[in-house]
Structure formats: C-alpha cells, structure tokens
Design a protein around this ligand. Structure first.
Ligand SMILES: [Zn+2]
Length: 107
C-alpha cells in the first residue's frame, strides 16, 4: 500500500495516494442481492476538503509511506475514510450492468 501503486484519480487524472476496494451490495428491484465491490481512489486534490479524507491525505504528506510505527494510525484513518465514502448512483448502475453481463456469459 504505497503511493507508487495507487492508480490515477478518475476525477482529475492526477496521482492518487491510495486506492481501496469498497464492498458494495446492490439490491435489485426484484429483491435479488448483487454482491460486489467498487474501487475508490484517494486524491490529494479532489478529496482535500473531505472531513474524513483530509487527515489521511495529511498523513501521507507527513509520513510518505506506512511503516511499523504508523501502521495503526494509518489503518484508523483509512477506516474513517472508507466509512465516509458514498458511491455515486452512476457507479451502481455500471456494476449492475456488469453483473448482468457476467450472468449472461458475456464476460
Ligand atoms: Zn483528483
């Protein structure tokens, strides 16, 4: 989990600090539950104003990377950040489409 492996921010195209896969279950209109995950990228530009992301961005600015002394602090910050993430409806529709394609054998 270092900055070097984080993907680019999908919003601004800048370098992401880290990426997380967030469990994301979707209940379809027929009541069927589709289990899935979606990837979110922590971006120092786009997320700096987010109350839950700001401290994590600051952490990376201060420490640069995770080590044994700071891993617990980092884990707390990541947990707070992930818990604050709200996935836009557009992503939900895309995941649903992927699930449909998978079930019908297109993927
Ligand atoms: Zn960004």
């Amino acid at each position: 989990m270092s900055a070097a492996h984080a993907p680019a921010c999908p919003r601004c195209g800048g370098d992401g600090l880290l990426a997380a896969r967030v469990p994301h279950n979707i209940e379809r209109p027929d009541g069927h539950l589709v289990r899935g995950t979606t990837q979110v990228v922590l971006c120092p530009g786009c997320d700096a104003d987010q109350p839950a992301a700001g401290p994590l961005i600051t952490y990376f600015h201060v420490h640069g990377q995770v080590n044994d002394d700071t891993v617990a602090q980092c884990a707390d910050l990541i947990h707070t950040w992930v818990a604050s993430i709200h996935i836009p409806p557009a992503d939900i529709e895309q995941i649903d489409a992927e699930a449909e394609a998978w079930r019908s054998g297109d993927l």
